[in-house]
Design a protein around this ligand. Structure first.
Ligand SMILES: [Zn+2]
Length: 85
C-alpha cells in the first residue's frame, strides 16, 4: 500500500510541538491543522526499492522538519481563528 511520508512527518512534528500551541484538542481541529499543513506541502511517496534507512532519513531530515513546522504553525493560526470553542 502506498504511504504518503509527508503525512507521517506532519503527524510526528505535530506530536512533538502540540503542547506549545494554544489550540483546542478536538479531533476536528487537529485534523484541520494537519490537513491544512499537508495541502501546503508536497506529498512524498517512496518506490518499493527505497530502503528503510532512506525512508527514515527523510523523517529525520532537519531541514524538512523545519519546513513542516512552519506549515503547521500557519495552519494552527488559521484553524484557531475558525475554531468556535
Ligand atoms: Zn477547535
Amino acid at each position: 500500500m502506498l504511504k504518503n511520508y509527508m503525512e507521517i512527518l506532519v503527524d510526528e512534528v505535530y506530536n512533538e510541538v502540540k503542547d506549545q500551541y494554544d489550540v483546542c484538542k478536538y479531533d476536528d481541529c487537529i485534523n484541520d491543522i494537519k490537513a491544512t499543513a499537508l495541502n501546503n506541502l508536497p506529498p512524498v511517496y517512496f518506490s518499493s526499492c527505497i530502503s528503510e534507512g532512506e525512508k527514515k532519513a527523510f523523517l529525520l531530515n532537519r531541514q524538512m522538519k523545519i519546513t513542516v513546522l512552519a506549515k503547521i504553525t500557519e495552519a494552527v493560526q488559521l484553524v484557531s481563528q475558525r475554531c468556535k470553542s
